[in-house]
Design a protein around this ligand. Structure first.
Ligand code: PXL
Length: 275
């Protein structure tokens, strides 16, 4: 069985980060090892959330695993709490990067043209450095614009996306994938660039007019789980985009839907059947 380490916060209530990564990657058939970076009462879109930083636990936990001879087939990082934590995670990559370890970085820090409340431009710079150590990065357009110093645009064409991808590629990861890319009206999806082959990959599906928290985490977790099943990054992105869109649609039909996250619990069985 493949073993995936995922490093991100636990938002106790909120359906994001570890409360998505753990069930989704496990359901896709990989052992999922978690390294919580902070414990929050809710995600940061709620008011008055509590937050206990767990930075002091990261190094001892990693050292213990090392002493146990643990190895990982993939390391996947999401929302991290501070610049110091990014340095810790970079050291952890060096400790556990094996010949075939896939490192996936989702530089979670911003959306819709804005940084999340906890972050500033120093954090953006540090996240760009973290991306350099990854095999695959999956930022959204806002995060990509911030990390590359390019202008954030809501209206754009294929050329703007290619320029963003070129900027991301220069950060150093092997594959750069931009999420939330709408190349035609009514559609959205991903566009990626693979440095080794020089090829672009575009996948678009229907755009649903609803924005939900945690959908980026759902997309990234699904990608990681699908790649661990042996799928190419392109197939994994396609399935993850379809699964995320399907989950948003199902959530919209739920009369009791929570505002803070999507009903991925209802759609996990459908993910199992996706090809
Ligand atoms: O879904 C991304 C995310 C993860 N974790 C926390 C967040 C957010 C987005 O706001 O606040 C704590």
């Amino acid at each position: 069985m493949k073993r995936v380490l995922t490093i991100q916060d636990i938002s106790c209530l909120g359906k994001c980060s570890l409360t998505i990564a753990l069930p989704v990657i496990s359901a896709l058939g990989s052992e999922t090892v978690i390294l919580p970076t902070a414990l929050l009462s809710t995600h940061t879109m709620f008011k008055n959330f509590t937050c206990k930083d767990l930075s002091d636990q990261i190094d001892p936990i990693a050292a213990h695993w090392k002493s146990e001879g643990v190895a990982f087939d993939a390391i996947y990082t999401g929302y991290l709490g501070s610049i110091g934590q990014i340095d810790q995670v970079r050291r952890l990559f060096d400790m556990f990067r094996g010949k075939d370890t896939l490192i996936v970085v989702d530089p979670v820090m911003a959306d819709n043209g804005k940084l999340y409340p906890a972050f500033d431009m120093d954090y953006v710079k540090k996240n760009a450095e973290l991306c350099a150590g990854a095999d695959i990065i999956v930022p959204n357009i806002t995060e990509a614009a911030l990390m590359t110093g390019m202008e954030y645009r809501e209206e754009y064409d294929d050329e703007y996306i290619r320029e963003l991808l070129a900027g991301l590629d220069s950060l150093g990861a092997k594959v750069s994938v931009l999420t939330g890319v709408s190349l035609k009206k009514g559609q959205t999806g991903v566009m990626g660039y693979d440095r080794a082959t020089g090829e672009y990959y575009v996948y678009q599906n229907r755009r649903i007019d609803a924005s939900y928290h945690g959908t980026g985490d759902l997309f990234s977790s699904t990608c990681v789980g699908e790649m661990m099943k042996g799928r190419s990054w392109r197939d994994a992105m396609r399935i993850a985009a379809d699964y995320t869109a399907h989950t948003i649609e199902v959530t919209l039909q739920d009369g009791d839907k929570p505002w803070y996250g999507v009903d991925f619990e209802a759609t996990l069985p459908d993910l199992m059947a996706m090809e």
